[in-house]
Each structure stands twice: as C-alpha cells, then as structure tokens.
Design a protein around this ligand. Structure first.
Ligand SMILES: [Fe+2]
Ligand SMILES: [Fe+2]
Length: 201
C-alpha cells in the first residue's frame, strides 16, 4: 500500500470517499456523522491556516475509527498488533481509541507518521502539538453537531483567540473538569499539553 503522502490529489479524493464509506458501515450513524462534520470543520481550519487540505481532511475523518471498539477489543488489538499501552491508558478510556485508531489508519490506509500522531493525541493533546494535531483536536470538539454553551464558547475562542488559547480553554475548562466529575484519571498527556501551551503563550 502506498503511503498517503505519495498519493495524487485524485487518489486522496478517492481515499476520502473510501474511508467515509468504511466508517458508514462500521460506526453508528451518530458517530459517522460526527466524523464527517469533524472533517468539514477541519477543512475550514486547514484553509484558514494554509495546511494541505486533503491530508487534514483524511486525518480528521478517520480520527474516531476505533471509538466504538470495546475495552476487550482494545486490549486484544494492542497485543496482536504490538501497540504499546501504558498502565494508565487502561484507566483513561478515551486514550485507547486514539492509540489504537492511530495504528489502524497506518495499516489500513497508509497514513503517515504525522497523520497517525494527530489521531494518537486527538483526545489529550501533547507537548509541541503540530498544526495538524491542533486542527484535528479542535475540529473534533467544535464541529457543528456539538451543541451547548461549551461548544459555542470553543468555536468563539477558535475564531477570536486562535488555536492555542482554544486548546488551553478546552483542556482546563471542559476536558479536565469533566474527567474529574466522572472520577476518572487525568491522562498525563493532557497536563503536559496545557503546561506546554501556557509556557509558550
Ligand atoms: Fe475521539
Ligand atoms: Fe471525535
């Protein structure tokens, strides 16, 4: 299989359609529509921030490819495919679909390392987030199917304050508080991402 960065524009267009079809067949309708909507939001950000549109669209589209697997399936997949999981990952369920998803898109669609990383870190962020990381992270959380005052606030921040401040707000005022409410562990990547952004702002 060819790596995505070696595909022509036409081939990337075909791949977008193929992935959309695969997601339609394997995910619930709601999740599928979320993936499509995330892709559309990411496309706008890609244009605004002068990123290669199709790479961003492909990554955003596939970001939740593993979201509906069960905990048992995650563990089985990680063993069969040598995906390294940390002890803490098992207590932070959201990270599992991101790590496993990043492996699936490489094997199934030839995603590049950069694209895999954006999926790997899409729920938590990380130190030194790439532009692709930032766009996928925010498109996921701000796509137009997300309703409520938090989503509205995030969309406003993206527009008026820029990507970094929007990510920081999401981690500090949405993701971490919700994780605390659910009495789940806060993944260290989230803390690293926010500390990194704060020291750079
Ligand atoms: Fe996700
Ligand atoms: Fe998502």
């Amino acid at each position: 299989m060819k790596e995505v960065n070696k595909l022509t524009e036409k081939e990337k267009e075909i791949l977008i359609k193929q992935i959309a079809q695969d997601l339609k067949e394997t995910l619930s309708e709601n999740r599928y529509l979320h993936c499509i909507s995330t892709m559309k939001t990411a496309r706008k950000l890609a244009n605004q921030y002068k990123q290669e549109e199709q790479t961003v669209m492909l990554t955003a589209l596939a970001h939740d490819i593993a979201k509906e697997m069960t905990q048992e399936e995650f563990v089985a997949y990680s063993k069969e495919n040598d995906v390294k999981l940390e002890e803490i990952d098992l207590y932070a369920p959201a990270i599992l679909h991101a790590k496993i998803g990043a492996d699936i898109v490489k094997k199934k669609y030839g995603f590049t390392k950069e694209m895999q990383e954006a999926i790997y870190y899409h729920t938590t962020g990380r130190i030194n987030m790439s532009m692709l990381d930032k766009i996928v992270f925010l498109a996921d959380k701000s796509e137009e199917r997300r309703k409520g005052t938090d989503a509205d606030k995030l969309r406003e921040l993206i527009e008026k304050e820029g990507l970094e401040k929007a990510i920081l707000w999401d981690i500090d005022y949405y993701s971490i508080p919700r994780t605390i409410q659910k009495q789940r562990v806060i993944h260290p990547y989230s803390i690293e991402a926010r500390n990194d952004i704060i020291t750079k702002l």
